[in-house]
Design a protein around this ligand. Structure first.
Ligand code: RP5
Length: 173
């Protein structure tokens, strides 16, 4: 993932992260959105290293057509909260495993937003990033029947994959 990489169509989802070093863990969010055909953009911006860029991006996102923000950060992980402070769009926070506390620090920082400025918090790391992609698509699908059908098909495919792994065990007499 590169800084400020955009899909061709107007982005409906933004995937933000605090550092280029977060790119690998956040990649599944883009993978899911691409699989579902959701135009999105990827931006590296930091709450503490580039606070003005972060605030401006969050303030302008809705007017640019963004509908959901996925925000990943590690360690003190205040990026999601800083973004949520500057937008009325839903913010999905992904705590990242990038320090000696293996993401527990980021999880607590992301999930413990004070009352009034919510950040919906996903699982730590790449699983959380993937689920954030699905959740963002589910939010868009509330007013997009084509996307809702794709999500439904995806869930059926997952169920079929699990069913395919069922095996019968003969316990004998
Ligand atoms: C956080 O600090 C970033 O989200 C990243 O997870 C972590 C380390 O960043 P770098 O020092 O690798 O740029 O702000």
């Amino acid at each position: 993932m590169k800084d400020s990489k955009s899909e061709t169509a107007a982005a409906r989802v933004a995937v933000l992260m605090g550092s280029q070093s977060d790119a690998e863990q956040m990649q599944p969010a883009s993978d899911v959105l691409r699989e579902l055909g959701v135009a999105h953009e990827v931006v590296v911006t930091s709450a503490h290293r580039s606070p003005d860029k972060t605030a401006a991006y969050a303030r302008e996102a809705a007017d640019r057509g963004i509908r959901v923000l996925i925000v990943g950060a590690g360690r003190a992980a205040h990026l999601a909260g800083a973004v949520a402070a500057n937008t009325d769009l839903p913010v999905l926070g992904v705590p990242l495993d990038s320090g000696s506390l293996r993401g527990l620090d980021a999880l607590l920082s992301t999930v413990q937003m004070p009352k009034g400025v919510p950040v919906a918090t996903l699982a730590i790391g790449s699983a959380g990033a993937a689920n954030a992609g699905v959740l963002a698509a589910q939010i868009l699908a509330l007013s997009d029947t084509g996307l809702a059908a794709k999500l439904s098909d995806r869930k059926k495919a997952q169920a079929a994959a699990v069913a395919g792994r069922v095996r019968t065990v003969d316990v004998g007499d």
